[in-house]
Design a protein around this ligand. Sequence first.
Ligand code: NAD
Length: 525
Amino acid sequence: MVTDAKIASAATLVSTNPATGEVLAELQCASPEDVRNALLRAKAAQPRWQAMSVRDRIAILRKFQRLLSQRRDSVAQLICREVGKPTAEALATEVLVVLDATEFCIRHAHRFLREKPVPHGNILMNIKRGKLVREPYGVIGIIAPWNYPFSTPASETLAALVTGNAVVLKPSELTPLIALELERLFRDAGLDPDLFQVMVGEGPTGAALVESPVDKLIFTGSVATGKRVAESAAQRLLPVVLELGGKDPMIVLEDANLEVTTSGALWGAFMNAGQTCLSVERCYVQRSLYAPFLEMCRKKIGKLRVGNGIGSEAEIGPMIHERQLRIVEEHVNDAVARGARVLAGGRRLSEIGPNYYAPTLLADVTNDMRIMQEETFGPVLPVAPFDTDDDAVRLANDSDFGLAASVWTRNRRRGEAVAARIKAGTVMLNDMISSFGIADAPHGGVKQSGIGRTHGELGMQEMVQVKYINVDLVPGVPKPWWFGYGKRYQQQMDGLVNFLFGRNWIAKLKGGLWSMGLLRRSSRI
Ligand code: NAD
């Protein structure tokens, strides 16, 4: 929900650079009528796209991939200007992720869309052949957030397109220019413009998309908006995927490599200024490692470069807007008031620009603090000690969220045992966040973190409806289960049950003899 100064009026919105406050563009918002018209155009174009061969659809994706690779610098710079993340990070976590997601679609679409036989276990049903076919929904609506404004909607769009759908995208009001750049890339790759349309706007434009005749919706954003979207979708049983917030725990076991783990913790908590759904939002360190872990993190934080990521070596950019900064301040203040210690940061960096917050290290936090329960979405690493593996699992699972988690240890078996007990969509050992960059891996959460998956084969699966087709191999014969019931029929059926599920061979044999009658049975009706 944006009530930000970035919004100029109900009909237009302003895109600004969060690092400097510079206005990048003022754009018209799409009205509900615009959204509806876009949907109708998409619906008209989609059957032609579905009828094309997978090979021809892949050819467009290949061109898109080539163009994106050629334009990667300008795309990364635009991402940096509109969201604030350093260009190097935009290249790694946005452009590269999309190039790889395209490759995944190109390599796997044929196999994924191929018809699959369904063998029948019941001997009686072997007079039939079954198969699964996967068909596109039609038009997929995508509502996207600002923090990964390119890789999130692009990965979803690629999976939707390659499986034969059209897409209407409502990007975040804070990052419309990046979405328009994505639209340009698809058009330049030769995609019919009606098959991928961007509807710039705020919440009401998103709401209009949910209420439009879209066939499925992929929503990525906050839990609060996700619930509103789900309520609206439920009115007409519109299928939805919800990719929502996270409060990812990092569990550091006593045998973890301190040097590597502390570097990982800082990247996991501070990359994209902590505004990543998969960020480390809570860190639990086994007591024997607790003090050295904090000390090494504190020393390393001093070496981090904060600043405008355009043409510089900055590693941490600004936050997206002032409202987000205020949430971070509230969480840090609440933690300090309840006894947490600030070991680094803990303040705005107004001397650099309007939206900068210093990378912050908090010690002695407890799970009842807001910073350990609510999504902070800022550059803060709150750390708490634990004693046993059981304690670590209990603390990690003490959350409404369940997006991802990480476990850090040199002992793989112990790490996997802890991972198995954590309630989350993804658990990584000795790394975090990078699962989003593995095109084959599914992405999504449990509990309040959402429903469904994007990325990989499971993400493709969300873009298709499964149809089971069954062909009878003896079409000239009436089926034994049709009308014509009576005492004899009941005995034959009883015999069949015994034949299939009888407790011993004698019962099976007797049942088999009785059930033979079913084959000779001619239907009364
Ligand atoms: P948000 O919920 O404010 O907005 C998300 C999108 O929903 C925007 O495009 C917005 O315009 C739109 N929207 C707002 N009101 C709407 C309505 N009533 N109907 C339909 N659409 C509406 O979220 P945000 O601030 O843009 O993004 C940050 C949140 O997204 C964080 O909670 C983060 O964890 C989450 N996120 C999750 C994932 C994931 O994959 N699980 C990825 C990125 C971000």
